[in-house]
Design a binder for this molecule. Sequence first.
Ligand code: SF4
Ligand code: SF4
Length: 699
Amino acid sequence: MDRTLLFQNGWGKTIACAQDRVLIIACPARNIYRDGGLPTIQNRCESMAEEPKPQLIREKLDVCELDRARMSLLNPALIEQKKEERTIDENAKPILELTMREGIETVWDRYEMQQPSCKYCLAGISCARCTMGPCRIIPPNRIRGVCGADADLMVSRNLLDTIATGAAAHSDHGRDIAETLYLLGTGKTRDYAVADPEKLRKICKEFAIETDGKSPVQLAAGLGSALLDEYGMKRNTLRFLDRAPKATREIWDKLGISPRGIDREVVDSMHRIQMGVGADYVNILLQGLRTSLSDGWGGSMIGTEISDVLFGTPTITSSMMNLAVLKADHVNISVHGHNPMLSEVIVNAIADPEMQALAQKYGAKGINLVGMCCTGSELLMRKGIPMTGNHLNQELIIATGALEAMVVDYQCIFPSLPRTASCYHTLIISTSAKATIPGSYFFDFHAENAGLTAKAIVRMAVENFRNRNPARVIIPGEPVPVMSGFSNEAIKGALGGSFKPLIDLIAAGKIRGAVGIVGCNNPHVKHDYGHITLAKELIRRNILCVETGCAAIASGKAGLLRPEAASLAGDDLRAVCESLKIPPVLHMGSCVDNSRILVLAAELGNALNVPIHKLPIAGAAPEWYSQKAVSIGAYFVASGVYTVLGVMPHISGSPATVKLLTEGLNGVVNASFAVEPDPVKAAVLISDHIERKRTGLGI
Ligand code: SF4
Ligand code: SF4
């Protein structure tokens, strides 16, 4: 056999061989040989199937005893007070108490150390965009930056930057999923399959791809390619916009905010905020709406829909939630982040008998996979995998002392996690080249090496069980049962196959309307308080809540995702939930799955032949923190959904911008933002809005 050594490559490198014109992307084989003709990725990987090794990013972090002594609180009354001020999550409280006692720094400590906030940054009237600055607006004299930008321009540029960042994050996630579909279709990965061929065919038809006589794999190649084209500008429109009611699309067209290409809108936004380009705050804010639409009806929708194709469209499922889903006698592995590409293959690796046997060899009864934040919601929705918690729980799960590994992909991951983990035996395992974290162990995860990498990660976690100190393990309380998996398809299924019964219930006033409660946790707000108070106030008024992201997780921990929570709803909503055996708060998925809420609104609008803005629906983000949440809020409003924020964006330095977003937009997209930190008052605003919309529809 003529075996010619082609490459000797470090893990995860992308290398090209000019001689053979082969591009090799992160093949897990260290040495790659040629047997005659060109090697394929598949046979290279099979012949050299060897698990990859991680790379420690920079150096191992260590929080020294002195740092911890400085952070620790000695006054039990103060610890008690802070614990009650910081969270309403009962299972989190004992762990939070422990972190304060033992000096393990958390997000709340860092938040306190950052106070008081800079008032110029809070108002959005600081700018460090170029080196003629930085500049601040300080009336009456300093009313323009060095370049001449006034407060309106500074605020609007900062806001467009925020929206574009959020849209880019969601949409790049969507691209990773679309690329996986394409790689599956072109035979470049064998670690993924089409789990929902029916949905694949349906989406192919939307993209005018001929489906007759084609296998799912062939369709995956065609659709994957078409979806990747959505990111460019060849077509100058996005296919999924066609899902919106015609009258809503006409509003976008008339206003000139129909997105042309996903990447194009983000790049256009970045161009406008360069010094010396955008100078008109209205023009800049309208581009913000267009960019957000490219997220909601583009990148996020691709992320959701193709995740359903690859991993299965969620059906109603039961599971458990809160920190008590950890198991003292198991190897515990948490997946944290957003993209199900990684977490789905980790599920497969854990089921591997070799890994289970290894866990038992080290004295564990098995391997317990738990979710956190949005990647947790993806697994919960599709596989019923239990969830530990939401954004502000991420450090607390480590402080239980029971976590062998936290495996992260990207978004919402505190850069300080390796510091927290250094106080315990927990390994932080990073997996995205976009999100390497100093102090973490990094695997360069790709669709092409997914299975082997997942197995290497699980092996590393299992082997770390030996390092656990059982004396430091605290798993507080009992897990709360939850019902999840409410995709639009699942909701329709529960209603007998169409949304007609839901429309009839809304028309009859049994359900007054529906509200999407979305978004994050934020230490500006008591953890979970905004979400839970708002949801309870709304269901009490017979308003159905549909939730995603950390809002849905808050509801799960508080027991609102159980059918029994119907007892907290108004009489009419309670009767509906009891007859359908569903909770009054429906978990619809992760942050990108806010696109499910858009599709729900579009289907209701199409069924009634009205634009989205005429429907008795609203949005709310009581504890948002992220740029992604600003993009979500903007695409809700641009789509015609009145949206109430619980945290003020950094725009108060421009009264003109505030007026445009809270009033002026009504004149163009028939919806606007409101800001109301008190969730009880927010519920009143939303309820009044829904009643006005009902009147408008004559119901
Ligand atoms: S862009 Fe203008 S306002 Fe911003 S830092 Fe530069 S000079 Fe100052
Ligand atoms: S809801 Fe917010 S905090 Fe939670 S995962 Fe999504 S973006 Fe992150």
